[in-house]
Design a protein around this ligand. Structure first.
Ligand code: ADP
Ligand code: ZN
Ligand code: ZN
Length: 724
């Protein structure tokens, strides 16, 4: 017998299928990991096929050395997914396969965790003397109770008694695998009576197709998800549910744990290696039946899937931006169709792409138009910050926001202040010559962090001393750029010295479980103010939050990105959705320097459909996605000359496609990337935009051209999320 093997190496030259002989004494199955000889090395590989004949000359084939695991780590469905992703995303086979198993398993770094304990020896008859009261009580206890770790047993019974029983061979030592489980805050199961819209949604979303669940913030989408999953489980099937950020999972997780207990497994990057490995194995073995997690959970090793849910489907985090690049929607779509089950995309602010698909009938639209508890959405008040300046207030907070904060504090309630930038201020600049402090490796301006009095690069993490004197002109006249989370906290503490003020952003959440700690602390602070980046925008359900302040709404608006207005609308809606979720009425104060921009009008009225029509119109006229497709080809290398040369070669070839495709190629240009260097790699790119009906064909041609020319990694991005 012969095996088709993909070598687990990230090298372009090895990106194909190799054949090996299966020795008679090895029982090899598709999906197994194996050791194979390669040149004069021994490498790891994945078996993707077992055949009776081989294509290559049999006499030249080598033998598989051994198995790594004695089970097929990669199931059949995922092998089919590999094929799909290699075509769709143009990725190396090994790099796709790596997505399917925990990284720690590949490197052999984690193993099952075994603990010893003592159990009754069933082979001997227990015949203790009457005086051995202690020993008899242990035997009775063990007969009536389940597993206990040896440490518990020793502290409970004492070593003497245990030793006595061991010597009599009445108890023996046993090794048993223990699963490491992620920590989850417990919550009680709520008893909720579903409303008509929820019931309709649950009853409708059962077929083998994609549904777009458009439900306003607080409309009870989570309850819909849980009911759908309950139905699926009772039909003997399994479920995957994706949430965008780990900071969200504590709440969702505790709801799901309260409802489904051990059937839930968590998969996200915030877990320890051991926890991730064990949760993966619980899913693999079928012990856990619901995979919940961030993007990577879409690769959960479960079969017989009955529903896949993507919550907050519009979120950017569903698109993997570093290699291997893929869009979780595509993967979810593939798995749903493979399992013939519904795929549910839920959001209060669906992406323009998804809503367009619903409009065209490709997705079925289901709506939850009101908050589940019948409350109104909070009123959004727009504050013109130019007007504040004209009337003498040049501070960070408008008079209105301050007055509302005072109210919140007096009433012992809570507020959330949202700002889309961490750190203290965005950059440091010399007022005399204009010099801006930049990272030496990344060509981006550094961000000032006051807590450790450092300048930091948000791309590579390098830290620098703070500027006190301009290195260019020696001036000491140094200015800080736009404000960030840290500065807001400092200012708020001046206004409200006795109020609990918490901060949640990438800097305060580097330690494991820190999200949960901050959120928990906030929950118990009355009055309390939580300052944060987009981490606080989504999902959280705090009953005492009555005020949301958006400090600088324009921040996401003026990006050189066709999605920036859409993003701004989504952010405002999501952040606003945190206010007034229970008995207390909520309010939002939105500060902007361009109060007449259309996005604010639609956002303040919660008019998603109006916004969609306007945005759809603009995209159609300007020929942007979803009406066209953008392809970015990014070349990055330490050797600038090499990338430049490669860019030139590829561009010349690609340009020839214009003859073949004419107007179907709307735009084509080669340039330096907006951030010219990241981690000391020079970045050049080719940007293309083409019409939809020829898009697949053009893309294929471009892939082939670039593949032929390049030795190093080239990144292809379709409709890129981030143009840096
Ligand atoms: P969404 O995810 O749509 O923003 P959630 O699922 O977080 O909304 O629900 C918001 C709140 O409404 C939660 O506290 C939830 O328990 C509650 N809720 C959900 N469904 C109902 C219902 N039918 N009646 C009353 N409260 C509900
Ligand atoms: Zn200067
Ligand atoms: Zn850097």
């Amino acid at each position: 017998m012969f095996a088709k093997v993909i070598i687990d190496q990230d090298a372009k030259a090895l990106d194909k299928i190799f054949e090996y002989i299966i020795p008679d004494n090895l029982d090899i199955d598709v999906g197994m990991r194996v050791y194979v000889p390669f040149g004069n090395r021994v490498l790891q590989g994945f078996v993707v096929g077992v055949e009776e004949t081989c294509e290559y000359d049999e006499n030249k084939l080598k033998k598989i050395i051994s198995k790594i695991d004695d089970f097929s780590a990669i199931k059949k469905e995922l092998l089919a997914l590999m094929e799909f992703m290699s075509k769709k995303n143009h990725l190396k086979l090994a790099s796709i396969l790596r997505l399917f198993i925990p990284a720690e398993m590949r490197e052999g770094k984690v193993k099952e965790l075994f603990e010893t304990h003592y159990i009754l020896n069933n082979d001997v008859e227990i015949n203790l003397s009457k005086n051995a009261i202690k020993q008899q009580s242990i035997v009775d206890f063990m007969k009536n109770n389940d597993y206990q770790a040896s440490s518990t047993q020793l502290s409970q019974f004492g070593y003497g008694a245990i030793k006595g029983l061991l010597d009599k061979n009445i108890i023996i030592k046993e090794k048993r695998e223990t699963k490491r489980t992620p920590f989850v805050i417990s919550s009680e199961r709520k008893n909720i009576k579903l409303n008509q819209s929820q019931i309709h949604a649950i009853e409708t979303m059962t077929e083998d197709k994609t549904y777009l669940l458009h439900g306003v913030t607080g409309s009870g989408k989570t309850e819909v998800y849980m009911n759908l999953i309950e139905k699926v489980l009772s039909n003997g099937k399994n479920a995957i549910m994706l949430v965008p950020e780990i900071s969200l999972t504590p709440q969702i997780m505790s709801n799901f744990k309260a409802r489904f207990g051990e059937a839930v497994a968590l998969l996200h990057s915030g877990l320890s290696a051991g926890e991730r490995f064990d949760e993966w194995k619980r899913l693999f073995s079928g012990e856990a039946r619901i995979a919940i997690g961030a993007r990577s959970a879409i690769f959960a090793p479960i079969e017989n899937i009955g529903v896949i849910i993507i919550d907050e489907e519009h979120e950017q985090s569903y698109i993997s931006e570093s290699n291997p690049r893929f869009d979780t929607h595509d993967v979810a779509q593939f798995r749903a169709r493979y399992n013939k089950c519904p795929l549910i995309l839920g959001s209060a602010t669906p992406s323009i792409e998804s809503y367009e698909k619903a409009k065209l009938g490709e997705y079925q639209l289901i709506e939850l138009p009101t908050r589940a508890n019948g409350k109104e959405l909070p009123k959004i008040q727009i504050i013109d910050m130019m007007n504040e300046i004209r009337t003498g207030n040049s501070g960070i907070f408008s008079n209105q926001l301050l007055a509302d904060l005072v109210n919140v504090v007096n009433n012992k309630k809570q507020a959330m202040i949202f700002i889309n930038r961490r750190g203290y201020s965005s950059f440091m600049r010399c007022r005399d010559c204009g010099y801006i402090a930049k990272c030496i490796d990344c060509d981006v301006s550094l961000v000032y962090h006051r807590e450790d009095n450092r300048l930091k690069c948000h791309y590579c993490g390098k830290q620098y001393k703070v500027l006190t004197r301009c290195p260019k002109c020696n001036s000491e006249n140094i200015k800080h750029g736009a404000v960030g989370t840290e500065q807001i906290v400092t200012k708020l503490k001046e206004y409200f010295p006795d109020v609990k003020i918490l901060r949640m952003d990438n800097d305060t959440t580097t330690i494991k479980n820190s999200h949960q700690k901050i959120l928990n602390e906030f929950k118990n602070s009355l009055p309390g103010i939580l300052v944060g980046t987009q981490m606080i925008a989504k999902g959280h359900d705090f009953e005492n939050v009555v005020l949301v302040g958006i400090v600088d709404a324009d921040q996401s608006l003026y990006h050189a990105d066709y999605r920036s207005t859409e993003r701004t609308f989504q952010l405002i809606t999501q952040v606003s959705g945190r206010a007034g979720r229970s008995e207390n009425e909520g309010k939002v104060v939105l500060q902007t320097y361009s109060p007449r921009h259309y996005v604010y009008k639609f956002a303040a009225n919660y008019d998603y459909k109006g916004f969609f029509r306007k945005e759809e119109n603009i995209r159609q006229t300007a020929q942007f996605p979803p009406f066209t497709r953008i392809l970015r080809i990014l070349f990055a290398d330490h050797d600038e000359n090499y990338v430049r040369e490669l860019l030139k070669v590829c561009y010349t070839e690609i340009e020839k496609l214009k003859e073949k495709y004419g107007d179907d190629i709307i735009y084509l240009d080669a340039m330096k990337s907006p951030i010219k260097r990241i981690q000391d790699k020079y970045r050049y790119q080719i940007m293309m935009r083409f019409k939809l009906d020829k898009a697949d064909e053009i893309e294929e041609d471009v892939f082939n051209i670039v593949d032929k020319s390049s030795k190093t990694s080239v990144f292809f991005e379709v409709n890129p999320q981030n143009l840096s």
